[in-house]
Design a protein around this ligand. Structure first.
Ligand code: SAH
Ligand code: SF4
Length: 384
């Protein structure tokens, strides 16, 4: 059994509590709300995981807290730094599962790519995370724990600003399929007593879980990225199978509605470039027509290969031709740069570990007979 990080044994894990939850927890102990705020700040502002270190708490409270609660982040297994400044941490989330967290420095920001699940159930055909199957949702503590670790490692710049300035929910998993834990973790990211990120600096990427995108608009509207990857339903049904349930017309109408509440007035469409599959000039024309009337930017992602995948990366020529057609139609397009190559941290190269509970890897790979083996996973992700 995986150890749930929101409660270790019988004790709740304070790392995964939002401020209102922590306030309620403290109230139940007969403690005042400002005590909850102090502890919340120590954990997220201070990066502290020892009650002893919370020097402005009454000694009696410092002694009481370890008896009723824990502060437990996922354990750090390895840390790597690339020559281009990209950093990568492997975190242990129990029972043979690991997730990777990547930090990408840019001129004007530092972006952290955060995972929401161990594996993914949605099975997009070009995605290694999908192909490796699904194990479980990450808890709120495990999601916010990724930012907690990265802040501890990166610290602040000389002006006192945090070096991790942006978060993209683009690591392993489908964030809208783990709605409650992801939105609670985003609440903590946005809280001024924790990380104080503005909604514009937190981006959620989804393959299009329409009902939960509608809920996100009400619950926690942040910047939005949508994995489009095809200009019509027949191709998207194959590449992104959730499209069979929530086809393009429904998805695009929901995005339009979401933008009413979003902190940025555009959606970023991600489009992975697959040689001979979705990268022709005709596809580009069809795509430009499809999105007309939606405020959007395109991010073309050169596909990153993984073993036994039935695809190849589009040529640079094909990518540039595709970009030019979209630009001529008046769209803003960037081609994603590959970062962290030397430490395998580029989009589609992350190697966490998934013990596949859905046994998809066996269905995909009929020679294998050990269902509980630890499978290296190549994860997808990175900046918008
Ligand atoms: N599940 C969410 C977020 C995680 S995937 C989603 O699908 O949007 C983050 C991005 O990486 C998605 O746009 C995904 O389509 C893309 N991606 C997946 N596998 C990839 C690969 N092998 N090469 C390049 N991009 C990939
Ligand atoms: Fe899941 Fe996103 Fe990969 Fe699709 S692209 S399988 S939704 S992680």
């Amino acid at each position: 059994m995986a150890v749930p990080q929101s409660a270790i044994g019988d004790k709740p894990n304070l790392l995964g509590m939002t401020l209102p939850e922590m306030t309620a927890f403290f109230a139940a102990m007969g403690e005042k709300p400002f005590r909850a705020k102090q502890v919340f700040r120590w954990i997220h502002h201070g990066g502290v995981d020892k009650f002893d270190a919370m020097t402005d708490l009454a000694k009696s409270l410092r002694e009481k807290l370890p008896q009723v609660a824990v502060i437990q982040a996922p354990k750090l297994m390895t840390e790597q730094a690339s020559s281009d400044g990209t950093r990568k941490w492997l975190l242990d989330v129990g029972t043979g599962n690991g997730i990777e967290v990547v930090f990408i420095p840019e001129a004007d920001r530092g972006t952290l790519c955060v995972s929401s699940q161990v594996g993914c159930a949605l099975d997009c055909t070009f995605c290694s995370t999908g192909k490796q199957g699904f194990n479980r949702n990450l808890t709120t503590a495990e999601i916010i724990g990724q930012l907690w670790w990265a802040n501890r490692a990166m610290g602040k710049d000389p002006k006192g600003e945090r070096i991790v300035s942006n978060v993209v929910m683009m690591g392993m998993g489908e964030p809208l399929a783990n709605f409650d834990n992801v939105t609670n973790a985003m609440d903590i990211m946005l809280d001024d007593h924790a990380y104080g990120l503005s909604r514009r600096r937190v981006t959620l990427s989804t393959s299009g879980v329409v009902p939960n995108l509608k809920r996100l608009k009400e619950r926690c509207p942040v910047a939005l990225a949508v994995s489009l990857h095809a200009p019509n339903d027949s191709l998207r049904d194959v590449l992104v199978p959730i499209n069979q349930k929530y086809p393009l017309a429904e998805l695009l109408a929901t995005i339009k509605d979401y933008l009413q509440a979003a902190p940025r007035d555009f959606v970023t469409f991600e489009y992975v470039m697959l040689d001979g599959v979705n990268d022709s000039v005709q596809h580009a024309h069809e795509l430009a027509k499809l999105v007309s009337g939606i405020e959007c930017k395109f991010n073309l992602i050169p596909w990153n290969p993984f073993p036994d995948a039935p695809y190849a990366r589009s040529s640079n020529n094909a990518i540039h031709r595709f970009r030019d057609v979209l630009q001529q139609a008046g769209l803003i397009v960037t081609v994603r740069k590959t970062r962290g190559d030397d430490i395998d941290a580029a989009c589609g190269q992350l190697a966490g570990q998934v013990v596949d509970k859905s046994h998809r890897t066996q269905q995909n790979n009929r020679g294998s007979s050990n269902p509980s083996r630890t499978i290296p996973i190549i994860n997808a992700g990175l900046t918008v």
